[in-house]
Write a protein that binds this ligand. Structure first.
Ligand SMILES: CC(C)(COP(=O)(O)OP(=O)(O)OC[C@H]1O[C@@H](n2cnc3c(N)ncnc32)[C@H](O)[C@@H]1OP(=O)(O)O)[C@@H](O)C(=O)NCCC(=O)NCCS
Length: 188
């Protein structure tokens, strides 16, 4: 694969960009402490601004790694509203997994769908992944709908697959293959 790291990606409404240290306060106040955002996520809500800063420092120190993909989701000329990532990458199997979180006031406006579509275009069109997966808690169907709108297919139920802030979690597995993405783009 031709890994690029976390390059700036632009969509009509959004800038997907590397995070910087100055993002700590908005991350802390907008979503990393909000139980409604983290309820079905595997990380605990942050308990101090220092914790957010420590995580941010770790991510920033990883940006030189071309296999490290965590974008901040920023409104064009506006505020930072969430993050989206590709993680759990397997080079031999040309595979990766997506994850995302968005501040609550911005839910339901198509922002994560728009972000995920841009990430998939980059993953298949530039990096050369063959399969991108995602999973979501079965009680969190909005996340499944986002993946479905981006052409990902539900492949099955993963029983007690991970531990969220809501306990051991049954999850649905979604995936899209390079050939599905090519078909959706009219590339044959
Ligand atoms: C889940 C989440 C990522 C969705 O992001 P978003 O930007 O609000 O999503 P979009 O607006 O792009 O699309 C949401 C879709 O889900 C649908 N939806 C919302 N609530 C739903 C529900 N309870 N059941 C089914 N569909 C639902 C919306 O109607 C929309 O579909 P539509 O365009 O066909 O109407 C966002 O709410 C979030 O960050 N939640 C907290 C973190 C999280 O759960 N991350 C995912 C972990 S797997």
């Amino acid at each position: 694969m031709n890994h690029t790291g976390t390059l700036l990606l632009e969509t009509p409404r959004l800038r997907l960009r590397p995070l910087s240290f100055s993002d700590a306060e908005v991350m802390y106040t907008s979503w990393t402490t909000d139980m409604d955002v983290v309820r079905y996520l595997s990380w605990r809500p942050h308990t101090s601004l220092d914790e957010t800063k420590r995580i941010l420092s770790y991510w920033i120190s990883n940006y030189p790694d071309p296999k490290f993909y965590i974008w901040g989701i920023q409104l064009q000329r506006g505020q930072l509203i969430g993050t989206i990532s590709i993680h759990s990458i397997s080079d031999p199997f040309l595979r990766g997994e997506v994850g995302y979180a968005l501040a609550k006031p911005f839910w339901g406006k198509g922002y994560v769908t728009e972000s995920l579509q841009a990430i998939l275009d980059h993953a298949f069109g530039v990096v050369g992944f063959n399969r991108i997966e995602g999973h979501h808690a079965i009680e969190n169907p909005a996340s499944g709908r986002v993946m479905e709108k981006c052409g990902m297919q539900k492949e099955g139920l993963l029983r007690q697959y991970y531990r969220s802030n809501n306990g051991l979690q049954d999850a649905y597995l979604y995936a899209i293959l390079r050939k599905d993405w090519q078909l959706s783009k009219g590339i044959f």
